[in-house]
Write a protein that binds this ligand. Structure first.
Ligand code: NDP
Length: 248
């Protein structure tokens, strides 16, 4: 198993891509601490699913875009699990609108959640990874952060900023054997994309050479690779998982 005896934090794993990452990691023997913003049925179900795979797993309530909550979350995980080898910053939101109609509030909210959470969690985890001289941080970006997209200027800006932030951290942390990489999914079928009208979905799929959306598990598999010891010399990369979309 590729992640045996490792412990990971996955943010936003109550559903979608985060949940798929948590499950893949558990299948690879990794203990998993994950979070969402409330302890609902979904969090409990994920906890049970992971535990059934034979690893230690626990769901925590934390808004990871809030520095105090991120710090408290990491502190609790370190107390419960003893160490954290891997951090996957997956939590993210959209609030789409054309720029001419986009409010400042929409811009701020998306930047605050998507970029702010990566900053808060990186700050919170850095001291322990630094001390242990080992760590892999995988930040979930988006191909939209590379290519831009209609009605998603706020989201694209937040995901582009994650790339700049990650590459800077990769440089700062490399000497302590802490790798920082970005996985940039294309169009993946989750609750986040469920509201996309069918016609628009078809148009998007036409732009994908593989002619289909990706699955959460296909993103999760790339995260396993980057989180694992299979790539000890890979840091600062942006890995698109997008079925060959040309503008990615
Ligand atoms: P979902 O909306 O299905 O899930 C988002 C998850 O993040 C939920 O578990 C949610 O939990 C959690 N979350 C949101 N905000 C916070 C917060 N502030 N603190 C803690 N948890 C939070 O999204 P996806 O699975 O589709 O997306 C996951 C990631 O992948 C995102 O970063 C997204 O931008 C990215 N991505 C998705 C693509 C897609 O096509 N689906 C394409 C490219 C990138 P809760 O509501 O319980 O708090």
């Amino acid at each position: 198993m590729l992640l045996e005896n490792k412990t990971a934090i996955v943010t936003g794993a109550t559903r979608g891509i985060g949940r798929a990452i948590a499950i893949r990691f558990a299948k690879e023997g990794c203990n998993v601490a994950f979070c969402g913003r409330s302890r609902g049925e979904k969090m409990i179900a994920v906890e049970q699913e992971l535990t059934a795979l034979g690893v230690k797993a626990k769901g925590y309530v934390a808004d990871v875009a809030d520095m105090e909550q991120a710090q408290a979350f990491v502190k609790e995980v370190l107390a419960d699990f003893g160490k954290v080898d891997i951090l996957v910053n997956n939590a993210g939101i959209t609030d789409d609108s054309a720029v001419k109609r986009m409010t400042e509030e929409q811009m701020d909210r998306v930047m605050h959640t998507n970029l702010g959470s990566v900053f808060c969690m990186t700050k919170a985890i850095q001291p322990s990874m630094w001390k242990q001289g080992y760590g892999s941080i995988v930040n979930i970006g988006s191909v939209v952060g590379i290519a831009g997209n209609y009605n998603q200027a706020n989201y694209a800006a937040s995901k582009a900023a994650i790339i700049g932030f990650s590459k800077s951290c990769a440089k700062e942390f490399a000497a302590r054997n802490i790798r920082v990489n970005v996985v940039a999914p294309g169009f993946v079928e989750t609750e986040m994309t469920a509201e996309v009208p069918e016609e628009l979905m078809k148009t998007w799929c036409q732009r994908i050479p593989m002619k289909r959306p990706g699955t959460p598990d296909e993103v999760a598999q790339a995260c396993v690779f980057l989180a694992s010891d299979m790539c000890p010399y890979i840091t600062s990369v942006v890995l698109p998982i997008c079925g060959g979309m040309e503008d990615a």
